[in-house]
Design a protein around this ligand. Structure first.
Ligand code: DAH
Length: 362
């Protein structure tokens, strides 16, 4: 018996020491300590022994199992350590090498212009307000002085949803950012100075119209506000946005249901090599709708129109971007053409600031 145990032990320990990988170690473990294993078989013989025999053989067999168990664990640890060493050696990085060229994204011109506008208006004390793109007809039309029968509703080519909301209001994709005026007054009260940039939707598609486009709305509500404040604000905004001092504005009487009086704002341009460049006054381009907020609108938003007045304006962000960065097809904004994006896109690290220039490094 003694020889048997000794021999088995020597053989197992020698093979464990020579095992080259974790699979070899596992095979030896099953062979020795598994249910049918050689060491397990020895342990089972203890049951049939006489007490004296058991006293003599028991400790040897248990010692064998212990030695094999320990040798397996030790060899496994050594192999794993060696594998880790090898991997660490193979995975070293030479930090002095130039970084590999990575695919680089850019900021979309629309996002860039929205950031520029927020920066310019923040400097004049305007906060950014938002509202839902899925809107109800009360906020989008009724509260803006366009009751159900109002002809201006028909001009908006509205996308309607089939179902009404819990209040029984018709649901639609907002056709302009003007409903944010109502939401801002209801939520924040007066005095108020906000801009609302965002997506708007109309069922219209050609070279100069896309079914989704972007607008920015401005709203000032305070005491003793008049058209002079509006004109100064728009002039200051357009000078900062186009980054030139020779911006000339022309205000023309117009009509919007939500303003009274209403004015359309043209900006003067100069022809440079046959292209219209903003600045000077050789010709005029319409850039904004605006006016003094209609008292019905102020009242609909829960404020006293005898105490509060204000002005509002709204314009297309996509068009502002085209004018500033010299793009001529609106549809290119939404085609997702990578060549167009890398040509007109902006660096993500080049954040617009008034002191650094809101958008000079296209
Ligand atoms: N909501 C108008 C539109 O989509 C634009 C507009 C005109 C907004 C005059 C205004 C405004 O705030 O005063 O055509």
């Amino acid at each position: 018996m003694m020889d048997n145990i000794q021999e088995l032990g020597d053989d197992l320990l020698a093979r464990i020491a020579a095992a080259a990988d974790p699979a070899a170690i596992e095979a030896i473990r099953v062979e020795a300590l598994g249910k049918q294993g050689s060491v397990s078989a020895l342990l089972k013989t203890l049951g049939a022994m006489s007490p004296e025999q058991r006293q003599a053989e028991g400790p040897k067999i248990h010692a064998l199992r212990e030695a094999v168990t320990q040798a397996l664990a030790g060899r496994k640890e050594a192999l794993e350590g060696a594998a880790l060493e090898a991997r660490l050696a193979a995975e070293t990085v030479d930090l002095s090498l130039p970084a590999p060229e990575m695919p680089r994204g850019s900021v979309h011109p629309i996002a860039q212009v929205m950031d520029e506008l927020a920066e310019i208006f923040a400097d004049m004390g305007f906060a950014v307000a938002t509202g839902p793109e899925i809107e109800d007809d009360w906020h989008n039309f009724t509260a803006l002085n366009m009751p159900e029968s109002h002809p201006a509703r028909a001009m908006h080519d509205t996308f309607y949803f089939p179902d009404r909301n819990a209040l029984g209001r018709e649901m639609l994709l907002r056709t302009h950012t003007s409903p944010v005026q109502i939401r801002a007054m209801l939520e924040r009260g007066a005095p108020l100075r906000v801009i609302a940039p965002g997506r708007v939707y109309r069922s219209d598609s050609d070279a100069t119209h896309t079914p989704m486009f972007h607008q920015i709305e401005g709203l000032v509500i305070d005491k003793d506000i008049h058209l002079g404040h509006l004109k100064w604000t728009l002039e200051t905004f357009l000078k900062a946005y186009f980054e030139r001092e020779d911006i000339v504005l022309r205000l023309r009487p117009s009509y919007f249901p939500f303003t009274e009086p209403s004015v359309e704002v043209d900006v003067g341009y100069t022809l440079v090599n046959g292209k219209r460049v903003v600045g000077g006054a050789e010709g005029w381009m319409e850039v904004l709708g605006s006016g003094m907020v209609n008292r019905h609108v102020i009242a609909a938003a829960g404020l006293d129109p005898d105490a509060w007045q204000g002005f509002a304006f709204g314009t297309g962000v996509d068009r502002l971007a085209m004018l500033k960065y010299g793009m001529d097809d609106l549809r290119a904004f939404f085609d997702g053409d990578v060549r167009w994006l890398s040509h007109y896109g902006f660096s993500a690290l080049d954040v617009p600031t008034l002191s650094g220039g809101v958008g000079t490094s296209a």
